[in-house]
Write a protein that binds this ligand. Structure first.
Ligand SMILES: Nc1ncnc2c1ncn2[C@@H]1O[C@H](COP(=O)(O)OP(=O)(O)OP(=O)(O)O)[C@@H](O)[C@H]1O
Length: 760
């Protein structure tokens, strides 16, 4: 591939032109081949349906049909694979077209010089020369990781060392080089600066061309079982996780596909916001779920409180006792007590009679009697299995008897020919004598009728998990017994109206899963969890237990802790303890990319250990902190938003609560240019948007106006974390509005990091 010396820009452009022509040619041939493959598949499909119109009357026909079926299936699978390969190829060519690569490395490997170009996908010619290397190929790691000199990279056959002699970055648009320069840094500042200086976009972009070294380490880690990423606001955690997913899909294509991955996302708006990243990298999207949806799916018929509802409720003056209580209920200590309870729990008080057609089929007393026969030192899970087996055996014995009842004979007589054929459905049965057939029919009919009883046993409907959980709660020792008792009463009352708090919902499900093992998802191989700081130890323990085969990637920012109240850096220690049995690695990202340096430097004072955060050197104006009157508050907020809108695409007015959003919405009803961001919105609209902080998490806007930054909304230490989250949503411009008094702690902030102004 040394036909181009590639030193000058002109030479590089000639190479780009050559590659572009190759892409266009390959697009044409791929489209032709694809159309042929589609025709081929359709032909096989037509044959398939006409050849497999089954004739199940004669045994010989069945055997023949099966053989044809297998053959046709193979043909169809072959045709579909061929088509899939070509479709992927076409997708990759489209990814490359116009901007075929963004990086180049010149290396010496075993004394041999080589020049490699890195892009979104691989491109080779008929002679198998690589013109572009996929960014995820082993050798491309050098581009992201290495400074010039000797560098190592990992290959499937072990580590390889090469001499990196040059690293060049490109910005290519519509086949034209817009910018190119050599760099010795990981990925030079210049291109990054220009990427970060751009306006925000309605959906998240990929960062493939400018992945930073620390991020690359996270993206390419394939060994760690539990990868925990603690990163400052705007440090690229979410971007990195999306790149990591694309990397894992490429790296482990044979072992894992997108259906075996699951992402826990903070809310649906966020899920939509990131939904374009994987397709932009040529990959299929993975499934996403919110914690509340995950719990609700498993608690049929109950209304599970959402994180937002809880946050809203706790805005009414928070009672420290309630706070402490909830923290205990979701703590690691509580988890351990629950786990211990599950091992030795006495189920007898939770048994409930199994009814069938309004009559008791197995009474609670019968179950208690069986249960009490088991050796006392058996684990509860084992007792449960034995009880189930006993109940099933008793059910089977009952069915044997029942098969001789008169109703069965009548029902057999009433069978239509089709129903008869459906039950007598094997050659052996068809050949059997009358009595054998009758017996088989009788068995089948009683099984059919009593199937619900079997299902109820199988699904553990013979004990009440909510009752068992209550029993557990009553056994827990809490320093303030009255507070604890009041909580149990509240739990019961809520259950009567089919409502359950988030903490109880998780605990009930975890207990149920520990006892029965049902609900565990073995097929998920990779689990990703964004905004980990919003999950309590109890929720994390339950999630971990639900996905026993999954490797975990958890990421978040302990400082952006909106929901957990006073939890702090010790959460990391809790996490490590929670996952102690597995290979855990914690990576910290301190460089913040989203905001201008002025905004980051202002925001980082709001949190403990904020001094470790490094602002990205992107210029911008100091944040403004406005002081106004209560009467003026809403009007001034709107004024600032409108002024910012003249300069920027997206301007967010961020409130602390949803109630404030509704207040402003009413006041600004005549402002048709203000839209309210809703949880199920697919995109962030341009213009002025009104949004509560918990929905703005993870998102970004060109300008942010913080509404009512004053007591009582912003007062406590944990409110500083909320303001930190709010401030770090801004890319270019941040304005805070207070009426009339700023929070007490505002005095401690460095006056040089913002402009204090009076609104008039
Ligand atoms: N390597 C990079 N190249 C280009 N842009 C980057 C890079 N890393 C991060 N960014 C940009 O920085 C911004 C913040 O990234 P992201 O949302 O992934 O951060 P985060 O750590 O998840 O933030 P937060 O915790 O505040 O929600 C995004 O606009 C993203 O595109």
């Amino acid at each position: 591939m040394s036909s181009f010396p590639n030193e000058s820009r002109a030479a590089e452009q000639t190479r780009v032109d050559h590659v572009e022509t190759m892409i266009q040619q390959q697009l044409i041939t791929t489209a032709q081949n694809l159309s042929k493959a589609q025709q081929e598949r359709r032909k096989v499909e037509v044959n398939f349906s006409s050849n497999t119109r089954a004739n199940y009357i004669e045994t010989d026909d069945i055997i023949e049909t099966n053989a044809t079926l297998q053959q046709q299936k193979q043909l169809l699978a072959g045709a579909t694979t061929n088509e899939d390969i070509l479709t992927t190829k076409e997708k990759e060519l489209h990814l490359l077209a116009g901007s075929p690569y963004f990086g180049r490395i010149d290396i010496q490997e075993d004394g041999e010089p080589d020049t490699l170009y890195i892009g979104m996908a691989s491109l080779n010619d008929h002679d198998q020369n690589f013109w572009v290397y996929d960014w995820r190929s082993p050798i491309a790691a050098i581009y992201y990781n290495g400074t010039l000199g000797r560098v190592q990279y990992t290959t499937p056959v072990g580590p390889q060392t090469v001499e990196l002699q040059r690293k060049r970055q490109f910005s290519i648009q519509a086949g034209k080089i817009k910018n190119m320069f050599d760099t010795n840094e990981t990925i030079g500042d210049n291109i990054l600066k220009s990427v970060l200086g751009q306006a925000s976009s309605p959906q998240m972009h990929n960062i493939v061309a400018t992945i930073q070294q620390a991020q690359n380490q996270i993206i390419r880690d394939v060994k760690t079982k539990v990868l925990i990423v603690q990163g400052a606001a705007g440090s690229g955690k979410t971007s990195t996780i999306m790149q990591r997913i694309a990397f894992l899909l490429y790296h482990s294509r044979r072992q894992v596909n997108a259906d075996q991955m699951l992402l826990f996302s903070p809310n649906n708006l966020f899920s939509n916001y990131i939904a374009a990243v994987l397709p932009s990298l040529g990959e299929k999207n993975l499934r996403q779920v919110t914690l509340q949806a995950f719990l609700a799916q498993r608690l049929h018929g109950l209304q599970v409180q959402s994180l937002f509802e809880r946050f809203e409720q706790e805005q009414t003056p928070t009672n420290p006792e309630t706070q402490a209580l909830r923290q205990f209920q979701e703590s690691l200590e509580f988890v351990r007590q629950l786990e211990a309870f599950a091992k030795k729990a006495d189920l007898t008080s939770a048994f409930q009679s199994l009814l069938f057609e309004g009559q008791v089929f197995f009474s609670a007393a019968e179950m208690i009697a069986i249960y009490q026969e088991f050796p006392t030192n058996l684990l509860t899970t084992d007792k449960l299995v034995r009880l189930k087996n006993t109940l099933i055996r008793r059910l089977q014995a009952f069915l044997q008897e029942e098969a001789h009842q008169d109703w069965v004979l009548t029902a057999i007589d009433d069978l239509s020919e089709r129903q008869y054929a459906e039950i007598i459905n094997t050659p052996k049965l068809r050949a059997a004598d009358f009595n054998t057939q009758q017996q088989h029919l009788a068995q089948a009919l009683v099984h059919q009728k009593y199937y619900p009883v079997y299902e109820a046993i199988y699904n553990n409907y013979f004990y009440n998990p909510y009752q068992l959980y209550k029993q557990f709660l009553q056994e827990v020792l809490y320093p303030q017994p009255q507070v604890w008792q009041a909580m149990i009463t509240a739990y019961q009352l809520a259950m009567e109206t089919h409502k359950i708090s988030l903490a109880h919902a998780t605990a009930v499900l975890y207990l149920q899963q520990l006892l029965t093992g049902t609900g565990r998802q073995q097929q998920i191989k990779q689990l990703f969890l964004d905004e980990m700081q919003d999950y309590s130890p109890l929720q994390l323990a339950y999630i971990q237990h639900s996905f026993p085969q999954a490797k975990l990637t958890l990421l978040g920012d302990l400082a952006q802790n909106l929901y957990q109240g006073s939890q702090d850096q010790s959460q990391l220690a809790v996490l490590e303890e929670l996952f102690t049995a597995r290979k855990t690695k914690v990576i910290s990202l301190q460089q913040s990319y989203r905001s201008t340096a002025a905004i980051t430097n202002f925001a980082k004072q709001l949190i403990p250990q904020g001094e470790q955060i490094q602002a990205f050197n992107r210029p911008g104006v100091l944040p403004t902190w406005w002081q106004t009157s209560s009467e003026q508050l809403a009007a001034w907020t709107l004024h600032c938003a409108q002024e910012a809108r003249e300069k920027y695409e997206t301007v967010a007015v961020i409130t602390k609560t949803n109630a404030q959003v509704q207040e402003l919405q009413k006041l600004w009803a005549s402002q048709d240019k203000v839209s309210v961001l809703q949880e199920n919105d697919h995109q962030i609209p341009t213009g002025i948007v009104l949004v509560p902080i918990y929905l703005a998490k993870g998102l970004e806007f060109d300008a942010v106006i913080g509404y009512a930054i004053q007591a009582p909304f912003y007062q406590s230490k944990s409110d500083q974390a909320i303001l930190y989250t709010l401030a770090t949503r801004a890319l270019h411009d941040l304005q805070l509005i207070s009426a009339p008094h700023k929070p007490r702690w505002a005095k401690e902030l460095d006056q040089k990091t913002y402009q204090a102004r009076i609104a008039q």
